[in-house]
Write a protein that binds this ligand. Structure first.
Ligand code: HEM
Length: 498
């Protein structure tokens, strides 16, 4: 297990300064910030001036990335602010109820960001790029996003699952077990992470084969591996998920050539794995570095989710079952998401619009063409909701809540976003993480590397502006686990009911 976690995390992008600098430039270009005039309307959110005029907020974003919003929230104590940058501005929303309003606002769109990413990232043919950049492309995007992963599917993972848990839990159910390109060629996973590592540099599209060679080659290999998958219509196989099938169907209907479908769908494993890997890492470390908590969870899972029949063990891990039957495990999961997800949901105002705080009734004006960033991560760390020790993992935080507390927490806890772009992979992410965690709890003994010694969690890494979930510092270097099968559970085949 340690191997799997360490490997997966080693493949993740490093947060070195060049990447951060590129991120800032991409940020500026990508989000059009500089093109929008500074504060022009008194109804706009209050101006938060940077310490260094013109460039202070840009430096802040380069340095702290998504955490910069948390810093600004603590400094300003405002629900929403206008951040001046060079000649332009950006609106930043920190208050959970205003974020909810923003996520539901039809005039705040992701399309300009997606359009800006299409040509440099996907490298599809001119016809496809033109289509994706047009209104027809916007409609296609919407239709593809509609095809959420079904809430139920079944999977079986054999005994070797521990080492390859992170990838094995993801790609076979998405692509179909027997046609899964990642299972057919295990080296593809490295290409995928190389690509993932270079996303920001590739979006710059300046000499990608030189500046981001590994990522560029990874992107090519990934597209090459997916091309036969789509040209043989493997996504039509009943074992493939509705997600791949329906998305491909939309693109086929729009007349896209199969090579371009493969190129566009190189983005799918990014969405499917980039955030689940660190979230599972933290779920694992929060639980297993606290043996008393792990023991309590083991009992809860054994009593409520497990059916054992000789060598067959079945675990029921759908969200409805977990929420009702294993409230403590459910609470640990929600608490992990709160601490891990720092997502900045970015939108462009397609026309002049307003958002109103359901809490205070205050209305704010957002000018056409301006960029709006909603910090889900800032609401996850607000002391007024989570107390002064908001950085602590509090396993029972979501237990025994009154209706009022539950309502308040639901507004401030939005790890999968909300409104128009609510994460369609949330049930899938839950299922794969819970499959791994419940199996480890029941069938394995998990401990630190030095046996009796203290087993400390790694520190948090930089909250990258392009990801939703925070990775451990240095990919968790120095953190490891000893995992061995529990007596009486050596030859078990695990099955899951999602
Ligand atoms: C722990 C894991 C995950 C987290 C924390 C997460 C988080 C999020 C968040 C916060 C958003 C909303 C972004 C916004 O409003 O701008 C989002 C959107 C999205 N997620 Fe996830 N996600 C996870 C796993 C997955 C998985 C496994 C998949 C696919 C298999 C997926 C596919 C997507 C897609 C396609 C969108 C865009 C939806 C749209 O724009 O309408 N995610 N995710």
């Amino acid at each position: 297990m340690m191997m799997a976690l360490r490997h997966a995390l080693t493949w993740l992008p490093p947060s070195f300064p060049i990447a951060a600098a590129i991120a800032a430039i991409v940020l500026a270009v990508f989000i059009n910030t500089l093109a929008t005039p500074r504060r022009a309307d008194p109804r706009e959110p209050p101006l938060l001036k940077p310490t260094i005029p013109f460039i202070g907020h840009i430096i802040g974003l380069i340095r702290h990335q998504a955490d910069y919003h948390r810093i600004l929230q603590r400094k300003s104590k405002q629900p929403i602010v206008t951040l001046p940058m060079l000649t332009g501005k950006l609106y930043a929303i920190f208050d959970p109820s205003l974020i909810s309003a923003g996520l539901k606002n039809k005039h705040l769109s992701t399309k300009p960001q997606v359009r800006a990413a299409v040509a440099p990232l996907i490298k599809a043919s001119k016809g496809t790029v033109d289509l994706m950049m047009s209104e027809q492309g916007d409609v296609l995007q919407d239709r593809m996003m509609l095809h959420a992963i079904p809430t139920s599917f079944s999977g079986q993972l054999q005994q070797t699952f521990i080492e390859a848990a992170l990838q094995e839990a993801t790609t076979p159910p998405v692509y179909g077990k027997h046609q899964d390109p990642f299972s057919q060629d295990p080296s593809l996973l490295q290409s995928f992470w190389d690509y993932n590592e270079s996303i920001m540099a590739l979006m710059m599209d300046i000499l990608p084969s030189f500046i981001a060679k590994k990522g560029h080659l990874g992107r090519i290999r990934l597209a090459q591996a997916l091309t036969p998958y789509y040209s043989s219509q493997a996504e039509q196989h009943p074992a493939a998920s509705a997600l791949v099938r329906l998305r491909a169907q939309e693109m086929r209907n729009a007349g896209l050539p199969v090579e371009d479908i493969a190129k566009i769908e190189t983005l799918l494993p990014l969405a499917a794995m980039t955030n689940t890997v660190p979230t599972l890492f933290w779920f694992f470390s929060h639980v297993f570095t606290r043996p008393a908590i792990a023991e309590q969870l083991r009992k809860e899972v054994e009593d409520n989710l497990l059916t054992r029949d000789g060598p067959k063990a079945k675990l029921a891990v759908s969200s409805a079952v977990l929420e009702e039957k294993t409230p403590f495990l459910w609470s640990c999961y929600r608490e992990t998401l709160r601490l891990t997800v720092h997502q900045i949901a970015t939108r462009t105002a397609m026309q002049d619009t307003t958002i109103t705080s359901p809490k205070t009734g205050q209305t704010y004006f957002l000018a056409k063409g301006s960029v709006v960033q909603m910090s889900i991560g800032a609401s996850h760390f607000l002391p007024e909701y989570w107390g002064e020790k908001y950085l602590d993992f509090k396993p029972d935080r979501f237990l025994g809540l009154t209706k009022e507390e539950e309502r308040a927490f639901k507004v401030a806890h939005q790890p999968f976003g909300g409104g128009l772009h609510l994460c369609p992979g949330r049930h899938f992410a839950l299922a794969e993480m819970m499959a791994v965690m419940t199996t480890l709890l029941v069938g394995f003994e998990v401990g630190g590397l030095d046996g009796e010694g203290e087993w400390r969690e790694p520190e948090r890494g930089t909250a990258s502006i392009v990801d939703a979930a925070t990775r451990p510092k240095d990919y968790g270097a120095g953190f490891g686990a000893k995992v061995r099968r529990r007596e009486g559970w050596e030859d078990v085949v695990w099955e899951y009911k999602f």
